[in-house]
Design a protein around this ligand. Structure first.
Ligand code: 5RP
Length: 229
């Protein structure tokens, strides 16, 4: 089974949790897009759902495929969000933001009763941190913010390269007009402490540590799908 087939398998298993009339948060990334494609088929077959997209990219795909969309302000409480992840550990803690959509993804997940993560086995880790942690920062005072992040991480014994994400010949900007700082700290033994430390830095808009948000992960591997709950 190749990587795409595994994403489709996880997405198909998640689709089984979608019920008629649900208000859905719809994630961002290649795995979430496989979910959108399968969801669109069900919608074409008569399933009634309303989706809140977590990025402009996801919104475009949903509109193209006929998945009905609403804004989060129109649907401020959601039944279920289905999204991918860059890493997931055995306690359903995640690193997200590889696609740069972490702020909206976190707001939408927090507004949802349940969040199902869809991923393949390559995303499962014992300790978070192999994937560089995306940190969304305000462009104003970006250098000061980077220094503050570095110092906060050092206090927790974390060091490593931090780079502002590039795109084309400039800096990547998120749907909210912010920058992404990718922090290669390596293993993050205390993800909760890092999350709290980052939350206290004014220029940090949000970070990719998703803690206590996912309720279930569907992990696809060559032999089939398994769940972490
Ligand atoms: C976007 C994300 C994605 O969910 C994450 O990067 C996983 O993407 P993919 O399914 O393409 O591996 O957090 O901000």
């Amino acid at each position: 089974m190749d990587a795409r087939e595994m994403k489709i398998k996880a997405a198909a298993a998640a689709l089984e949790h979608v019920e008629d009339g649900m208000r859905l948060g719809i994630g961002t990334g290649s795995t979430a897009e496989e979910f959108v494609r399968l969801l669109a088929e069900k919608v074409a077959g008569g399933l009634k759902v309303e989706g809140v997209p977590t990025s402009e990219r996801t919104a475009r795909l949903c509109l193209e495929l006929g998945v009905p969309l609403k804004s989060l302000d129109e649907l401020p409480q959601l039944d279920l969000t289905i999204d991918g992840a860059d890493e997931v550990d055995g306690r359903l803690r995640l690193i997200k933001g590889g696609g740069g959509a972490l702020l909206r993804e976190k707001i939408v997940a927090a507004a949802s009763e349940k969040m199902i993560v869809i991923a393949d086995e390559s995303k499962v880790v014992e300790t978070l941190g192999r994937f560089p942690l995306p940190i969304e920062i305000n462009p104003f005072g970006q250098v000061s913010t980077c220094i503050a992040v570095e110092k906060a991480a050092e206090r927790l014994g974390l060091t490593g390269a931090m780079t502002l994400r590039a795109s084309g010949d400039g800096l990547f900007t998120t749907d909210g007009g912010h920058l992404i700082l990718d922090a290669s700290f390596g293993r993050i033994p205390d993800a909760e402490a890092l999350a709290i430390a980052l939350n206290t830095i004014p220029g940090v808009v949000e970070h990719g540590l998703f803690i206590n948000l996912a309720t279930l992960a569907i992990i696809a591997g060559p032999a089939g799908a398994r769940v972490i709950d």
